[in-house]
Ligand binder design. Structure first.
Ligand code: SF4
Length: 130
């Protein structure tokens, strides 16, 4: 699942700011967005291609992709479903998975595809051989 556009994220965001103050916001973003591939352009001063979810949050809404996690932790108050570490090569399969060649389809896929992916780290985990 690819990152939504600003308009898509804004349309499904919850009303209300995700953070009470700047300390909460910058601590959470430092832990998540500061090492996420989707906001890497902003870290290179390319703000036109920065993460649209952050922009939604800055307008006073809480992105639907941010799931409430630990209300007592500044760094992990939410879990972002779109988070991907910068060194993550991404999933092996293209997303969305294309229809097999020659496959007839009875109905369009788009309305039935989920709006967000489950949080899963696609980095290969080292096997524990001990
Ligand atoms: S996808 Fe989530 S974690 Fe990554 S930059 Fe955007 S809001 Fe932050």
């Amino acid at each position: 699942m690819s990152l939504p556009t600003f308009d898509e994220a804004d349309a499904r965001a919850r009303e209300g700011s995700p953070f009470s103050n700047g300390t909460e916001g910058y601590t959470w973003m430092g832990n998540w967005c500061g090492r996420c591939v989707h906001d890497a352009p902003a870290r290179r001063d390319d703000y036109a291609n920065a993460c649209p979810l952050i922009l939604v949050a800055l307008t006073g809404k809480t992105p639907a992709e941010w799931l409430e996690s630990d209300p007592y932790s500044l760094a992990d108050r939410y879990q972002c479903l779109m988070f991907r570490p910068e060194d993550d090569p991404g999933p092996d399969e293209p997303t969305p998975v294309p229809d097999p060649p020659g496959q007839l389809t009875l109905c369009p896929r788009e309305p039935y595809e989920r709006p967000a992916r489950m949080f899963v780290d696609t980095l290969r985990e080292a096997a524990d051989v001990s």
